[in-house]
Design a protein around this ligand. Sequence first.
Ligand SMILES: C[S@@+](CC[C@H](N)C(=O)[O-])C[C@H]1O[C@@H](n2cnc3c(N)ncnc32)[C@H](O)[C@@H]1O
Length: 283
Amino acid sequence: MDLPLPSLCPCCIPGVAVPLITTALAILLTLRSTSLGKRSALVSFLLKLVACLALLSALLLSALGSSQALRNKFFSSLCLLLSKPGPLDVHRCPLVQRAAGKVLEIGPGPGTNFRCFAADPDAAAAIASYVGVEPNPEFEASLRRSAAEHDLPFPISTTWLTAELGIDAPPGSFDTVISTHVLCSVQDPGRVLENIREVLKPGGTFLFMEHVLAPPGSAARLLQRIAGPSFKILADGCQFRDLWGEIEGALGDEFEFGGVEQFDAPMPLPMFVPHVKGWARKR
Ligand SMILES: C[S@@+](CC[C@H](N)C(=O)[O-])C[C@H]1O[C@@H](n2cnc3c(N)ncnc32)[C@H](O)[C@@H]1O
């Protein structure tokens, strides 16, 4: 079935690009009208560099913001780079190694979690089958490569859909649903959580690890506010959200939570440091 991919609002483009273009023009005009002495050659060079970078960023964000196909290509390459093994694996792997039975992963991307299954033969043996629900077809090659590289002992298939549109499985089909760094990007987290609730069997487990909105008043929250509109375009819809609130609100009445931890993740950019991880078992 060929279903439409999520698209960004067109007003995101000027919203992000206009301040960058304005900053670049302001710098260039100031430099033209101000005479800087000889000692200021370095300052002048640095300011011109900043202006060029701002213009290039505005161009990149405008191009990405206007084409879903381009965003898919750009984000799949970026995600592949960022999903290499690293210090976050000490949080990621023990969590996803709890998966068992019939497993559904929403937004597997390039198959980042496959290495965690492969690292623990007992965990891999506990999985009967694996289905990924992924809307970005640009991940197809990397997902297939990761599955082959890790030689996992269970059947793997992918449904190329958004998790909002449907998980293409009858209610109560899965023992485990996994979501790592996905609910930030979906268009409607409430709808996705509703679908997860529906496809899990009673006794089934939802395993989650997400980056979240930083506490009010923190430096990370300020950075999230400033960088948010650009990341929404660069990371194909990624937003800083109160995802623990969303998960607890959507599943709290029917699920038992365990191992829930709000923690500072070892991430290179400070706005991505606040995280939540844990599991929720359907009663
Ligand atoms: C940051 S990547 C995370 C990939 C992988 N889960 C990981 O932990 O590295 C976000 C993934 O969510 C996928 N995604 C975005 N919107 C989605 C949606 N509505 N339904 C399912 N997956 C979605 C993206 O295509 C991408 O593969």
